[in-house]
Design a protein. Structure first.
Length: 312
């Protein structure tokens, strides 16, 4: 056990690059890259944008090793979020209390009206710590895992054929990039529409901000398997999409409750199985999508709890 008070706090410097990821991996060793198993986990404590408001590290005195960090950034006008992580062997030393007090002070100084925290539901001490300080749960993001070793994939093989029988076309991003010069505009339109009804831990009373076109373009440009991002079309209209290697699954509001998401996700799993992948871990806060994942055989791992402290 580390000695009490054998550390000091200082501002983050360029030389601290990578320590946030190192500390996160110490806390969450399960967040490892698995060959053949695409994964997106919530609560990785690496959500901070490059345009952060303030950033700190805790350094143990003897060897000057970084043992904790915290980052504060603005999500939208006057609404802030922070990441805070302490190495397991240095927890319960008062470090988190000091770091949280500092980022809270910074947020107040910047005129924050709300501050958001995120904690996994299987970390009861961290949840108790943050709840005692006035943070209240707003919603949960569930993490779900599928291992193909537990399924032969036969239940998924006819999913795309069933969509086509119902009058929809199933294509993929790679094909659309080759034949449709407006594919970016079509995806941006679908993604923007599909956000309607998505759970938001801290919704803007004025409604969600528009999704920047350049952000969507970057997502698609960086997608590792464009031929494994599947798109459902109804005539010329894009109405749904899914990708096992990023972006997720979404359906246009006018086409929901028709079984599209279930069949689309099942067809994507069949494709991944044929490619020799071993499974997938994904996350969603949508009750409807959680039901789809459970129906397809995903196993729930845990939830990330999003909490808000109002600061008016």
């Amino acid at each position: 056990m580390a000695s009490a008070m054998s550390y000091f706090l200082r501002s983050w410097t360029d030389g601290d690059g990578g320590t946030d990821r190192e500390i996160s991996q110490a806390i969450y060793p399960e967040y490892r890259d698995e060959p053949g198993h695409p994964a997106w986990f919530p609560a990785q404590q690496l959500g901070a944008s490059q345009e952060y408001s303030s950033r700190y590290v805790a350094v143990e005195t003897l060897h000057e090793r970084t043992v904790a960090y915290a980052t504060l950034w603005e999500l939208r006008t006057n609404r802030y979020r922070f990441d805070l992580a302490v190495r397991p062997e240095w927890q319960r030393q008062g470090i988190a209390t000091q770091l949280l007090a500092q980022v809270t002070k910074d947020a107040q100084g910047a005129g924050a009206t709300g501050l958001q925290a995120r904690v996994r539901d299987d970390k009861p001490e961290a949840l108790e710590f943050i709840s005692r300080r006035g943070f209240v749960e707003s919603h949960r993001m569930g993490a779900y895992r599928m291992d193909f070793a537990q399924s032969d994939g036969s239940d998924w093989q006819n999913a795309f054929a069933r969509l086509r029988t119902n009058g929809f076309e199933v294509t993929d991003l790679s094909a659309e990039q080759e034949k449709d010069p407006q594919y970016l505009e079509r995806f941006h339109e679908l993604y923007s529409a599909a956000r309607d009804g998505w759970p938001d831990p801290d919704p803007d009373p004025m409604g969600p901000l528009p999704v920047p076109f350049e952000l969507v373009k970057r997502w698609l440009d960086e997608l590792r398997l464009p031929d494994a991002m599947f798109i459902v079309k109804h005539g010329p209209r894009w109405v749904a999409f899914t990708s096992i290697s990023g972006i997720g699954t979404a359906v246009h509001p006018e086409y929901r409750r028709k079984g599209i998401a279930t069949l689309l996700k099942a067809g994507s799993l069949a494709d991944a199985h044929r490619r020799g992948l071993r499974g997938e871990t994904t996350s969603t806060a949508s009750p409807a999508m959680q039901a789809v994942l459970k129906k397809l055989g995903y196993r729930k791992l845990w939830s990330e709890i999003r909490l808000i402290r109002e600061m008016r």
